[in-house]
Design a protein. Structure first.
Lengths: 228, 228
């Protein structure tokens, strides 16, 4: 076996550190994101991640206590920004709940279909069912609760019974997350077109009539522009 | 290492063959379905599958030429029955296309959220992107084309341009497949309620007005009952 400094996996590197300007911790996350989504989580070792990141394996352990911690950080990064957007939208009670729901679905779908790697594909790993990923599941659940809260405030949502509201919110959340599957089948898909179409479809699933869609989309876009 | 006959992984077995009445080939598929979805594909060997199925490893190779062939068969089993339903529904031109689309979404969602294991979770394995799984991708693509064909025949679908039709069909297909993600998050979810709600949501995404939903759902259920 050769040493980490004499051998590189994947992209050859002239220097110890890649020249893309990332901090070592972010370099580890970027390398792991690529390896987990292309080679698979089980098939990737911390040694391979360290080599791809241009670090010694011991240096990787300075930032993360192992492969699970890296996966947990990547997964939390797919839901934490959307939860922050969602909380801000829930509190903006002066705007129409339908427009806020559009903005949430758009923002969440854009996060999931943007970025260089399809990290949402990692949700379905059997390992993610374990307690090590409790923080990810908690944040994702809080995000889903914001969907339910905004839906309940819409005119068609207010007419639903409690069980139907939960089910409808799950479908809205599932529709948004299905961009993960669409992106997997067609990686060349243009993310912003898909995010707009997903948010429109979410309002349809919520029960918003066709005639109100154009106005609500415009209001939703305005809310996102104001938050940016 | 002990021999396959002296050691069992998981459920202990008193006999060489499990007593659940399956043929050896189906026993292999059932064992692999459980292991791939709970332990992971990479972490599962053909030796472990054979042991769980109550077979010698050499006997497993009598039915499948390796782990990839088993995964391919499992994946094809998640789309082939729906493609057959879809083709039959496309040809039933005497029925309303909206009702046929409802029936397709219901049937497909019920297949994906029924069965003992969430096999759709395997779609996102990096390995499935390789040419070994071309037949699965072809059947899935044919199934998606049936969604697009039925959507195009609906009144709101007929008003869409070509690009919007493809995008809308992808969203319908993604919504149906999102039961995979919903089931992963909540394995106790009642499959038939979820399948009905998904099919209703699909008609909403297709642009069918709320007032027609109850009638079209009844017609869709009638079509499925006639096919069963």
């Amino acid at each position: 076996m050769s040493t980490p400094t004499s051998r590189r996996v994947g992209r050859p590197r002239a220097q110890e550190r890649p020249a893309d300007g990332l901090e070592p911790r972010d370099e580890v996350l970027a390398a792991a994101a690529e390896l987990f989504t292309t080679r698979g989580y089980t098939a990737t070792s911390t040694r391979t991640i360290a080599e791809r990141a241009g670090l010694r394996q011991a240096s990787l352990y300075h930032y993360f206590d192992g492969k699970e911690a890296i996966l947990a950080e990547l997964l939390e990064g797919t839901v934490r920004p959307s939860r922050e957007v969602a909380r801000a939208l829930v509190s903006r009670t002066e705007a129409a709940p339908e427009a806020r729901l559009w903005a949430l679905c758009h923002s969440d779908a854009a996060l999931l279909c943007g970025g260089p790697h399809n990290l949402g594909a990692l949700y379905l790993l059997p390992e993610v069912q374990t307690g090590r990923f409790a923080a990810f599941h908690r944040i994702r659940s809080e995000l889903k609760s914001c969907y339910a809260e905004l839906l309940a405030a819409t005119e068609p949502g207010a007419a639903l019974g409690a069980d139907d509201l939960v089910l409808r919110a799950d479908l809205l959340f599932g529709l948004t997350e299905s961009v993960i599957l669409i992106r997997r089948a067609d990686p060349a898909r243009e993310p912003s077109t898909l995010a707009v179409a997903t948010a429109d479809a979410a309002l349809r699933v919520a029960g918003v009539p066709q005639r109100s869609l154009t106005r609500l989309r415009r209001e939703g876009q305005g809310l996102l522009a104001a938050q940016a």
